[in-house]
Design a protein around this ligand. Structure first.
Ligand code: OAD
Length: 231
């Protein structure tokens, strides 16, 4: 089977009802990155940061995967699908995708602020994480999220996957945040690249086929195209 590597961003989950970051009305219009998504924000006001991610977690509980997530899971019948996502939600997994690499962390995990940085699943019975919720060694738990200014531990794995792609698909990302945005340049020169987004993305390499549509409709088009090319 051919290896289909998919890079997804917030637009992938938009049709499920989760806000993107940089569209009109997006999360970064309502919150300042410096208040909720940096190590400094955490040191200044950890309660505010925990609260921001508690809200994200509550929203995630209220939504479902959209047809686009399910179409990606269905493509596993025809391709070896590897998803690299910048999203911290678990909608790909809930739709049935079996390989999902989370570049920017996961909402349903927390980790110790102690030296071991042990990672724990958030209990579905108590999805809020508050000041005073500690790891077994007594250190405060923090969101398992890659904040601005922090290293992206999974980037090398993502680069490796992208380099080995037979087909690269990019869905719902403004490609403004590095190093994730640089992955498009790791594809081998003859690898077909498809990009699904309802808005124009600037500075794309010349060899990208753009499907200007939302994730669900765009993936329907892409599935037809890929299966036709398989024959
Ligand atoms: P952005 O908000 O920057 O971009 C979202 C993209 O989704 C835009 O290009 C939209 O045009 C597109 N979009 C909107 N609706 C869509 C739909 N129905 N179907 C498909 N695409 C749609 O989000 P990201 O690129 O994911 O990181 O942002 C990257 C990172 O910046 C995030 O992981 C997050 C953020 O700050 C952290 O918080 C660390």
């Amino acid at each position: 089977m051919k290896k289909l590597v998919v890079l997804t961003g917030a637009g992938m989950s938009a049709e499920s009802g989760l806000s993107t970051f940089r569209d009109a009305g997006g999360l970064w219009e309502k919150y300042k990155i410096d208040d909720v998504a940096t190590p400094n924000a955490w040191h200044r006001n950890p309660g505010l940061v925990l609260d921001f991610y508690n809200q994200r977690r509550k929203q995630l509980f209220a939504v479902e995967p959209n047809p686009g997530h399910y179409l990606l899971a269905e493509l596993q019948n025809y391709f070896e699908v590897e998803i690299i996502t910048q999203n911290v939600d678990n909608l790909h997994e809930r739709a049935g995708s079996s390989y999902v690499l989370h570049l920017h962390g996961e909402l349903m995990k927390v980790r110790s602020t102690g030296i071991g940085a042990e990672v724990y699943e958030v209990s579905t019975d108590k999805i809020e994480v508050n000041i005073g919720d500690n790891c077994p060694n007594g250190f405060q738990l923090r969101p398992h999220i890659v904040w601005f200014g922090e290293a992206v531990p999974e980037i090398e794995k993502a680069e490796h996957l992208t380099t080995r792609a037979d087909i690269l698909v990019i869905i719902g990302t403004s490609l403004q945040v590095y190093p994730a945005a640089g992955l498009i340049h790791n594809a081998r020169p003859n690898t077909p690249i498809y990009l699904i987004d309802p808005h124009e993305i600037e500075n794309l390499p010349y060899n990208v086929t753009v499907i200007k549509n939302g994730a669900s409709e765009g993936l329907k088009e892409l599935k037809d195209l890929l299966l036709k090319n398989q024959k």
